[in-house]
Structures are given as structure tokens and as C-alpha cells.
Design a protein. Sequence first.
Length: 115
Amino acid sequence: MTNTSSTQRTDWHLSLIGGLKRRYDRVPARTVVVTPVGGLNADLSGAGLAPETTLTKVSLAGGVTLRVPAGADVRVTGFHLFGGRHVQPGKPAEDAPVVHVRAYGLFGGVAVTRA
């Protein structure tokens, strides 16, 4: 489901069993992924990013694996009962796009690498 009546489009993805794996050329300003069992594997390294992009992942079991451009500013929030967070260090440019990762679940974590 996509809300296309706005310039701040939100893409919704639902998968009951299994996750979402996607390589983006263009990234919507907001993406929401709901997977009771499964993770999100997204590659934004070659994508044209908006000044602010938000990826929200909600699941019982499943984490987030994300690849971003080297100069992106990444901010991770959310909650996992079991699982950690690792964002590969980088030095964002002054006018770098901001990628907000909001991840919620019981099992899983967040791993962010840079291109």
C-alpha cells in the first residue's frame, strides 16, 4: 500500500512469514515493514536519498540489515529484547542525508554497513 497523494510518500510492506529484501534506486521518504517472522535487508548504497529517510521495522523475530552510502548520517532507535545494534562508523558530510532506522521486536537487532 502506498500513499501517493503526498510528496512525503509512505511505502507499506507486510509479510506474515519471511522478510523483505530490497535494493533501492530511489527510496521513499518513509517505509514501514511489518513482518511477524522475518527481517529487513535493504541496500540504500546506490539510492538517491531524500534529506531525511525513515525506515520502520516491526516484527516478533527478525532484525534489520542495512547498507547506506558512506557519507550518510544514520540514527537508530527502537527496541529489541534480544539483539544488538551495530552501526559501522563513518563521518557524515555536513549536508549528508539522514537515515532514521526505527526497529521494534523481541528477537533481532540492527546492523548498518557503509558503501
